[in-house]
Design a protein around this ligand. Sequence first.
Ligand code: NAD
Ligand code: WQD
Length: 339
Amino acid sequence: MTILVTGGAGYIGTHTLIELLQAGHQVVVYDNLCNSSRIAVQRVEEITGKKVDLIQADICDRQSLDQTFSTYEIDAVIHFAGLKAVGESVEKPLTYYQNNVSGTATLCEAMSAAGVKQLVFSSSATVYGDPQSLPIREDAATGATNPYGRTKLFIEEMLRDLSISDPAWRIALLRYFNPVGAHPSGLIGEDPQGIPNNLFPYITQVAIGQRQTLSVFGDDYATIDGTGVRDYIHVVDLARGHLCALERQNSNPGLLTVNLGTGQGYSVLEMIKAFATASGCDIPYQVVARRPGDIASCYADPSLAHEELGWKAEKGLDEMCRDGWNWQSRNPHGYKPAV
Ligand code: NAD
Ligand code: WQD
């Protein structure tokens, strides 16, 4: 198949390109590079030995989308493109609604006009808000707590309506838990701009000496040690999930919503310990106040993904930390050259 990968130069996108290319698919990356680098795509070419076309354009730009669909014979779209910083979404909600929600509507219009009706969408466990019960099943109540999360919820609803309006659409809503780690080659990985918002890249930057101390946001939650618990998933496992979703769509039209998580939660302190062991580095930390909007615990019931997609996470916490450290230590400045 030929797959258009929006946001394909980003963290999860590049890892998914590798799985797609290694499975024999052709890929076209469509990315405005607002949060990524073309070097990441070159690294994918290096890892796979295959050529990747990169179109630097915006999903809000209908003309560029139309041109892309007329240049390539696209069979399906994996749609990663979006802004993802929770704090920024609180400050600039309209930017998030415009980019994520309107951008997705424009993409779907262009797909429809081109007769391409197979879509895999990057949703998030953030749509569950503060879950009522754990582990979280796909039929749990939804309700996001910030504008970023609401863009995911609104897009899910929009895509549900689209699939009802025209049964020819094949749509997978993949709700990711917390992706971490990197490709084992150490050539691609997460490269946050500025101060990382998320725990894992913050830990790796403390380990490499770029940041002095990790702030642990609260140790008074009702969890194993008082710190927040999350379902961390190796990005390569997550990437494989997209391939499984595409394969399932080939024999099943309609809309499917699935969690992609491991089912196992780890606390912040457990993460620090595991990373220190894997890297051999000290991770100095101090406990500070809770981060507003954070929840105590969040982990998936991943059984539906196993039943429907034949997918299951295979890589454990040690591998997540080892591969994350391999990427960070080989690329201390991410894709940027050393200064
Ligand atoms: P990322 O920022 O590394 O990748 C997103 C890519 O989309 C970037 O390359 C960026 O340049 C591109 N992009 C953004 N807006 C665009 C636009 N208007 N037009 C074209 N390209 C655009 O993020 P990621 O971690 O790889 O996340 C991929 C997707 O998965 C996002 O939709 C994100 O919301 C979702 N997601 C991520 C996480 C996570 O923790 N990383 C968790 C759940 C869901
Ligand atoms: C994990 C745990 C923090 C940083 C966010 C988004 C979510 C999703 C993934 C896309 C929590 C604690 C963190 C730090 C800390 N993205 N922490 N010190 O909050 O589960 O999810 O990213 O959809 O939408 O909300 O992930 O990595 O930020 O935090 O103590 O410097 O680590 O309090 O318990 P989170 P995270």
